[in-house]
Ligand binder design. Structure first.
Ligand code: SF4
Length: 226
């Protein structure tokens, strides 16, 4: 595992590289990931795939049974900023966000899009929307369809009760689909007639978003970050 320049931030879309200067190897890929979490300060209990991998006999995450040789982990340990691993259910209280059952791809995109709304100054004006990702959510039948953004194929089932909700198909949907759908009040799924508007908007918003991410990274890493 190459952990020389780890991609923190909104990787792989908008990475903020950090220097970890480490290379690791193991015959057990699950144990390798478990130690990598320790190296960059990610709580292994929050990594869903570990449970499945262990159950499937692909490797171990039991720290007691993993031997680390070579440099002391503490010497290379660097806390990495991974904003989409924080609790995203309560992160945008101005919106009603449902994300039970969302896998890491939709979690990352949900975070990226909600933060993009903030970055471009469109967060507050859209704040009573209901955003849904993942396949284990229950929605109120009384929520008006025009308030609901269904992000990803896992949310298709809600169309039965809310046939006119905005459905962003894809597994996962396109990178900026959610925030652009919020802006346009239309499901922006990359149809040919939407493409020119999407391209223009992405180009216009990219510098603002990059600068927002860099400021957030600076807050996290403090002035010590290179
Ligand atoms: S739509 Fe695809 S990417 Fe999104 S939560 Fe479902 S399985 Fe994961």
């Amino acid at each position: 595992m190459d952990v020389m320049h780890a991609a923190s931030g909104y990787s792989p879309h908008t990475p903020v590289p950090i220097e970890v200067d480490c290379v690791m190897g193991s015959y057990d890929p699950v144990a390798l990931d478990r130690i990598a979490c320790e190296l960059v300060g990610i709580d292994p209990d929050g990594v869903d795939y570990f449970r499945v991998a262990q159950e499937a006999g692909l490797g171990t995450t039991d720290r007691e049974s993993i031997q680390v040789i070579g440099d002391d982990l503490a010497c290379c340990a660097t806390k990495m900023w991974v904003p989409y691993l924080e609790d995203i259910r309560s992160r945008w209280p101005e919106y009603e966000v449902h994300c039970e059952g969302a896998c890491s791809s939709c979690q990352a995109l949900l975070t990226l899009n909600m933060e993009t709304l903030k970055a471009i100054g469109a967060y507050e004006e859209n704040q009573d929307l209901v955003i849904v990702a993942g396949g284990k959510n229950t929605l109120s039948p009384h929520t008006p369809d025009e308030k609901i953004m269904l992000h990803g194929n896992c949310t298709r089932k809600h169309l039965k009760e809310h046939p006119n909700a905005f459905f962003l198909q894809g597994c996962p949907p396109g990178e900026g689909s959610l925030y652009m759908s919020v802006l346009r009040k239309e499901a922006m799924t990359g149809k040919p007639e939407q493409t020119p508007w999407i391209r223009e908007r992405m180009e216009a918003d990219a510098p603002t978003w990059r600068s927002y991410v860099e400021k957030e990274a600076e807050k996290f890493y403090g002035s010590a970050k290179q």
